[in-house]
Design a protein around this ligand. Structure first.
Ligand code: SF4
Ligand code: SF4
Length: 330
């Protein structure tokens, strides 16, 4: 059966714009055209699924979606398992998230922590959870949204994961999710039929949070927020002096599970940031903060602890696995 993307790539005019904006496509001299399809399929797990090619294609060819569809197709042909090895542990943990914790969630609003924010910023996660419960009677959910499972191409398990989240929310009467992670937000906002807001939107709505006074701030925008920019727009209200966006780094290196296949490209993203060591560096994604720290991008902070006035400047890259496990019992 012909897949939709086979028709989409017929529109390619070989302008090279996608290639110019992607280290992976550059390395292999590729763009999204029919003559490159066989090679793109072979290299589907070398793509970071960052969407930079999509944003720069004048013909609207969605490279990220194509690579995601190829991965799903390959898993379907591989008895529902990812087409590459090495992700068995991740799948075992996240397909039916081992460390899910709904015990603090009740009727109404709930904070949705995702899996990486509590792993890298455990003190902030616990403090904000306690604060929101005490002051606003808002509960907390520790859960993986299922995006990493979908990125491996295992659509059936990823869909099942969303279904199980929906069921749990319904059982508890949760009517609004406050997202702490932009990945969870982008993945779940069109998959669940309840109100989904960002943590920054909620902080503003509640009249909480403090202004950040630092000057010359650089900000690393996580991939899922680069098309809509909703998180960035909401965040800018918390900066006294407008931050400067880091523009020439397509991904933190964690996206699309591609760093196993392309470790040098993944590490290169952090190096590019490290070279422009010009002012305080922030991000608003725990996965980006953790991965860029691991790859020595320089001192990178998460915006959330600072806005809330909590002292947790750096991602806990040494205990992230342990923290994630422990969040099951927080
Ligand atoms: S999604 Fe990102 S890594 Fe993949 S081809 Fe497009 S720009 Fe390159
Ligand atoms: S940007 Fe679009 S049209 Fe240009 S080479 Fe890439 S896929 Fe083809």
């Amino acid at each position: 059966m012909k897949m939709n993307y086979e028709n989409d790539i017929k529109e390619c005019i070989q302008c090279g714009s996608c290639t110019a904006h992607c280290d992976f496509l550059q390395k292999y001299g590729l763009y999204y055209s029919p003559e490159n399809l066989a090679q793109l399929k072979k290299l589907a797990f070398h793509c970071f699924l960052c969407g930079e090619c999509t944003r720069h294609c004048p013909k609207g060819i969605d490279g990220k979606k194509i690579m995601q569809e190829i991965r799903i197709e390959q898993a379907d042909q591989n008895k529902g398992q990812p087409a590459v090895r090495g992700f068995e542990g991740m799948l075992a943990e996240k397909a039916d998230y081992l460390y899910k914790n709904y015990r603090h969630a009740g009727k109404g609003s709930a904070l949705f922590m995702g899996c990486n924010f509590p792993a890298y910023f455990p003190h902030t996660a616990r403090k904000i959870s306690a604060l929101y419960k005490e002051v606003y009677d808002i509960g907390t959910i520790y859960e993986c949204c299922g995006k990493p499972v979908m990125e491996l191409g295992v659509k059936k398990a990823a869909d099942h994961s969303v279904e199980s989240i929906r069921k749990r929310l319904q059982e508890r009467g949760v009517t609004e999710l406050i997202m702490v992670c932009p990945n969870c937000y982008s993945y779940l906002k069109d998959r669940l039929d309840i109100r989904i807001v960002t943590i920054y939107e909620k902080i503003k709505e509640l009249g909480a949070g403090k202004m950040l006074e630092a000057k010359g701030v650089r900000i690393f925008q996580p991939c899922p927020d680069r098309t809509g920019g909703e998180w960035l727009t909401q965040l800018q209200g918390f900066f006294r002096h407008q931050p400067k966006l880091i523009e020439d780094v397509q991904c933190c290196g964690l996206g699309g599970c591609a760093k196993a296949a392309e470790p040098d490209i993944a590490a290169g993203f952090a190096k590019k940031i490290q070279k422009q060591n010009e002012g305080p560096l922030y991000t608003y994604c725990a996965s980006c903060a953790g991965n860029l720290s691991k790859n020595n991008c320089g001192h990178i902070r998460h915006v959330l602890p600072e806005i809330l006035g909590f002292q947790e400047e750096e991602a806990d890259i040494w205990n992230n696995g342990k923290n994630r496990k422990e969040s099951k019992n927080w």
